[in-house]
Structure formats: C-alpha cells, structure tokens
Design a protein around this ligand. Structure first.
Ligand code: TXA
Ligand code: MG
Length: 305
C-alpha cells in the first residue's frame, strides 16, 4: 500500500461514531468494524446508498447483502420470524449468526439489498462500535465485507484500504476484529428446518449442507490473494510463502498451539501477508475440519480455487 490514503480512517470514539452516522444518514459509505470482519455499510432503506456498495465493491448485482440490525425487535419489521427463527435469534444474537428468513412485503428496504429474492439475510452484530452506530442511526445498515468483490476479506482498517481506498467515504477504526471469519449463515425454511448456507464462527451442529443450496455469493473463487494457493502443505517449496498451523511452522503461523479460534482470527491477515509477499505462490498447512475449522477450510478452498 502507498503511504498516502485518500479515504479517511477515523478512530471509533464517540465523535467518530457520530461522524460515521452523519455520513451514512446522507447516503454515504463507511467501513465499520464487526466481531467477524469489517463491513462496508450503507443505509439499507436507500436505493442510491445501496447502489454505491455494489459499485465500490464491483459486486455482481445477483449477490444480496446482509442487513444489520440492533436486535429481534427491529429485525421483525423486515422478516417473518417463525418460532424456530426466534429461538435461534434468542440463543445467538447479538453475535456472528445471520438468519435468512422470508422477507416481509412491507419491509420498505432498497430492492437491491435482497437482489430480488423473497428472503432477507439479517444479523444483529455483537461489536460495541457497530451496536453504538446502529443505535445512533436508527435505520438498518446493509453491509457486505469491506473488500473488492472476490478479494480477501478485511480484519483491519489497513486491509480495507488495500482494496477500497478512495472508493469509500470513511473507515471507522475499531482495531482488529476478533472472530476473523464471516458469520455463520443459516436459512430457516417454512417447515421450521434449518439449513446452513455458509459455515462460520457459530457451529449449530445438527444440519449439514442439504440440497446443495448455497448463499448466492458463495462463488467457487473468492477470498483470492492474486496468486496460486496450495492447500494441505506439510512444508514449503522454495518459491512458496507458507502459512503454518500447529506443528507446521510457516513464514506466518495461524496458531502455534493448534487453537482454531486463534487461527480463524488470524486467517485473513495471513492471506493478506501472503498476497504482499515476494514469493509468487502461497502454501497453507492442513487445518482440522472441526468447529470453526470448517469455516477456515471453506474460505481456504475458495482462496485456492
Ligand atoms: O460476518 C459477516 O457476515 C460480514 C459482516 C460485515 O457482517 N458480512 C458478510 O457479508 O460476510 P458478505 O456480503 O461478504 O456475505 C454475505 C453472504 C453472501 O454470500 C450472500 O450471497 C449471502 O450472504 N446472502 C445475503 N442475502 C441472502 C439471502 N436472502 N439468501 C441467501 N444468501 C444470502
Ligand atoms: Mg464477502
């Protein structure tokens, strides 16, 4: 990254949050910290503001956005909550769980938010900065991850600037995010069944990937560092930047002790480093397919695709 940033990075204190709220109110774009990754927020009730998200990211218009709310009460204005959906929200909100639910006909949000689908994705984030911002704004915030479409997701303000500098109005700096991978997405169907669309920090355990239905944005190639990625590597070839895990020590190691939460929190920073490194290729050590390891491997497979 060059030394001079055009997009202003503002500390997320009370004054910074108030400024972010004013920009959002007038239809601007602000990158905001959540407990998972930085989101690129715009008011979800404005077609112009939402259109700016798609333009800044270069995001295909068939890929709908997650709408962030303060909690269930606000969410019920936009979606039909079955008893099963209400139970999931009660158990996991605020937190890294996104619920895909039938959209209410009178939701009154920008059509592009849901990309024409009869459903809507809703999440109440746990990050105190995002909560304060939602409280101050009053309106809900559409927010995909704050990266150019297809590129590595951001867990720091510097990662946001690496792909969106000069394309957005402001970055609200809340430091590095903690969970590191995007929210778990589940669809709650009319019959009450729950289907996982994207693995994430919350492992609900019971359901698998049923009929092959996925979140439309889960493209095979995603989170791409711009160079080849080799998975399940026990060692590095001479031209590879190695991302280690546990006993496999790398140029950077996701978790020396083999802790999956720590590995998830550091995953995107490691991929960003690999992207910047001189080595023309990236190799990644094996990560166990349990708990949040499923989310890590899901993202790594797409980074390698
Ligand atoms: O943790 C997160 O979820 C972060 C933070 C910022 O909240 N957001 C995030 O947004 O990961 P994004 O846009 O990168 O991923 C949202 C995913 C996409 O794969 C999209 O296709 C899917 O959610 N999605 C949105 N609305 C949907 C719907 N109605 N039905 C199925 N999938 C939907
Ligand atoms: Mg994303």
């Amino acid at each position: 990254m060059s030394g001079k940033n055009v997009t202003e990075v503002v500390l997320a204190d009370a004054a910074g949050i108030a400024r972010a709220a004013r920009i959002l109110e007038s239809g601007g774009l602000v990158a905001v910290p959540t407990e998972t990754v930085y989101g690129l927020a715009a008011r979800a009730d404005s077609a112009e503001a939402v259109a700016r998200i798609y333009a800044a990211k270069g995001r295909p218009d068939f890929n709908p956005l997650i709408v962030h709310v303060r909690g269930v009460e606000q969410a019920e204005r936009y979606a039909e909550f079955s008893p099963e959906a209400r139970a999931l929200a009660a158990a996991h909100w605020p937190g890294p769980l996104t619920l895909v639910l039938p959209r209410r006909a009178d939701a009154g949000l920008a059509g592009a938010v849901t990309a024409g689908l009869p459903t809507i994705a809703l999440r109440a984030p746990a990050h105190p900065v995002m909560q304060a911002l939602l409280e101050r704004c009053g309106f809900p915030l559409a927010a995909p991850s704050a990266n150019r479409s297809g590129f590595i997701s951001p867990t720091t303000p510097a990662h946001v600037l690496a792909s969106l500098d000069a394309r957005i109005d402001m970055v609200l700096d809340g430091g590095a995010t903690s969970a590191g991978v995007e929210s778990t997405i589940v669809a709650v169907r009319a019959d009450g069944s729950v289907e996982e669309l994207r693995p994430g920090p919350i492992a609900l355990g019971t359901q698998g990937r049923g009929g092959g239905i996925e979140a439309p944005g889960q493209l095979a190639s995603h989170y791409a560092p711009g160079k080849p990625v080799r998975l399940n590597a026990e060692w590095a070839e001479p031209d590879e930047f190695l991302i280690g895990f546990g006993a496999v020590e790398g140029d950077i190691t996701l978790s020396v002790s083999g802790n999956l939460d720590e590995a998830a929190a550091r995953l995107y920073a490691a991929l960003h480093e690999g992207a910047r490194a001189a080595a023309p290729r990236i190799a990644v050590a094996p990560v166990p397919e349990v708990g949040v390891g499923r989310a890590i491997n899901d993202r790594l497979r797409r980074a390698a695709a």
